[in-house]
Design a protein around this ligand. Structure first.
Ligand SMILES: [Zn+2]
Ligand SMILES: [Zn+2]
Length: 382
């Protein structure tokens, strides 16, 4: 609580040197601790006030910068900073604006931003960061997504200025628009000077003539805002989208923070992203692989017919050019879709199929004892 030296001496700010001196003598006499009914604390205050106001230079300094604090205020006035966010979104962490993301433990954030609970207020709005899960196909095509975000936004009643409509925002009389109070004190090490955030205007240098009745002069109110996010085609997991000015609104119309959307692409049952290419697998029957032909393959553009060359081996990769993920910078350039062929060996054979396969094997020079010939062939190939 700031001390008002004029109030302590019971004189107006315009008081002459004589008036100050008379007031001091009267009060010093009244509170002198040696006297019955004296009050040491008040006596000390009166002396402190007189010391500051009796000297022209000190008085001018006091009038300009206000009262000196002997210690940093213990205030915890982080009014309005709360940690609850809208349901339905996973806020994985907050960014302090320098790229470092830390977990949403609000006591940590306060000590980071406010320097361990000192009474300083950051007028600018803080950046927000949230995770947004999108489908694989959405990441390929891009999309416009609307989200409802509960955050501190500009108070609609006062348009974020903190002043009741029709009234002015004026320069703070305490700090004269500086936003901070320079304090001087004498110590055994000499004169110490320190700056402290002005408690009257919370460091903004301005105060509303008449505080807005909706936001009590802060200019910000917690509210839900619908935000449209344009997610570009080709975005990948871990990439961030910045929405400038969509973070929390600044105190009394000061700069708002930014909103960072961290994209997380959900896994797809068939497609795997590999740079700008997409990989998938197709099963081909033993007969299809041997004889060749065409088969339908799912791509992000829908099904396409893929030509299977006769005699294809399992693990062979077939390329569908231009069916991959669009490059973020070139809307027309796309990666490829790479299809890995997996040949499915027939398992449940009918008696007739078995007979036919034996005949086929004999025709190609294999003996009917499959196991033996298989190992024999392996040996031959080394
Ligand atoms: Zn308001
Ligand atoms: Zn001020």
């Amino acid at each position: 609580m700031a001390k008002d030296f004029y109030q302590i001496l019971g004189v107006p700010k315009t008081a002459s040197k004589d008036e100050i001196k008379r007031a001091y003598r009267r009060l010093a006499h009244e509170y002198h601790p040696d006297k019955g009914g004296g009050e040491a604390q008040k006596f000390k205050e009166v002396n402190e006030a007189y010391e500051a106001l009796s000297d022209d230079a000190k008085r001018a300094q006091y009038d300009r910068f206000g009262q000196t604090f002997d210690q940093a205020g213990q205030g915890s006035g982080f009014g309005g900073f709360t940690g609850d966010f809208s349901q339905g979104f996973d806020f994985g962490g907050f960014s302090a604006g320098n790229g470092s993301t830390f977990s949403a433990d609000f006591s940590d954030i306060f000590s980071d931003i406010f320097g361990g609970g000192r009474k300083t207020r950051k007028p600018q709005g803080i950046d927000l960061e949230m995770n947004l899960d999108i489908e694989f196909l959405e990441s390929v095509t891009g999309l416009e997504k609307k989200i409802n975000l509960e955050k501190k936004d500009a108070c609609q009643h006062c348009k974020g200025q903190g002043a009741e409509p029709g009234t002015e925002v004026i320069t703070c009389p305490k700090c004269h628009g500086q936003g901070q109070i320079i304090t001087h004190r004498r110590t055994i090490l000499g004169n110490m000077q320190s700056a402290q955030t002005c408690d009257r205007c919370d460091g903004t240098g301005k105060i509303p003539e008449k505080p807005c009745r909706e936001c009590v002069g802060a200019g910000i109110k917690r509210q839900t805002k619908t935000i449209t996010i344009n997610i570009p085609a080709g975005i990948d997991s871990g990439q961030r989208i910045r929405l400038t000015g969509e973070g929390e609104m600044g105190y009394r119309g000061t700069k708002p923070g930014d909103l960072y959307i961290q994209i997380r692409v959900k896994a797809h049952p068939e497609f795997i992203r590999d740079g700008f290419d997409i990989r998938s697998e197709i099963p081909i029957s033993f007969y299809g692989a041997t004889l060749g032909g065409e088969t339908e393959v799912a791509t992000v553009d829908g099904p396409v017919m893929l030509k299977i060359p006769a005699g294809i081996q399992s693990g062979k990769i077939l390329r569908l050019a231009g069916k991959g993920v669009p490059h973020l910078d070139h809307k027309t350039r796309r990666g490829d879709h790479l299809v890995t062929v997996r040949i499915v060996t027939p398992q449940k054979l009918t008696k007739k199929e078995k007979e036919l396969l034996k005949t086929l094997a004999e025709e190609s020079g294999e003996t009917v004892n499959v196991n033996k010939s298989f190992w024999g062939k392996i040996k031959d190939s080394f």
